[in-house]
Design a protein around this ligand. Sequence first.
Ligand code: 6CS
Length: 311
Amino acid sequence: DTWRYAFEEALDEVQGKYAQKFKEEVEANSDHEVQLFPYGTLGESVDTMEQAQAGILQFVDQSPGFTGALIPEAQVFFVPYLLPQDDEELNEFFRTSKAINEMFPELYAEQGLELLKMFPEGDVCMTTQEPVKTPEDLNEVKFRVMTNPLLVESYKAFGATPTPLPWGEVYGAMQTGIIQGQENPGFYLESTKMYEVTEVITCIGHNNFTTAVMANKDFYDGLSDADKEVVQNASDAAFEYILEYQSGLQEKSLDNIAKAKPDMQINILSEEERQPFKDKAASVEEAFIEMTGDSGKEILDQFKADLEAVK
Ligand code: 6CS
């Protein structure tokens, strides 16, 4: 039989690489076939999530940036400056975190989803038309964010005017001036050619892009123990593969952008320059707790304990 798997990026982008590895592992170790549906073939992220919940898709990759309405606690990934900048530490956190590997699966299960893996996709940087050296520089900048209330709070706190949009509208909105800024990890800024429609890249170290891969829960529960093991092993293999794949990718992507567009300004802000953004962001954690109550607080506390454990 054929298992259908949709994701939010192209085949040769990070989610696509992960999906290809997953497919390869499943097909090498079982009689099942995995059919991959890259971004654009089945709609936007909200559409593929609906299809996965309805069982039309067996697997879906949807980033927490789009999961806020369904699972408010998933917005914890957008509390600024929570995730470490060090890759080793970050990878070990995703590998061992109790919040990610034990608590989130319960929340996804309530939505009919078997959470298989969460993994990081790279340090998120802003692309804008004008340089951003201080939060004041974001004043009056209409800044596209994923459709996630906490991300809206973050950019409000940074001083911008957040504008939630699905991915498909971003390039055009930037080109026509409806928005003047957006954020994404380096590889994505390169592959989607965001540098064609913006002039400045600014990295303030506020976040690493996280994504989540899940299965339709009824489908997963109906699998034999052997098939469940095939799925789990393929997820583990794809997870380790994608962490390795991303080693050095952020720097390489920014280099490639500099080559493709020599007058692109690329500013990696210093610790000192980041401090005002950190100060502004302190209120976002409170907003998260207000939005999610005890359940969110529990996740956030466990998150922090898990982060402490990998330091
Ligand atoms: O910004 C976005 O909407 C997209 N960014 C990434 C890195 N992956 C998929 C997502 O749709």
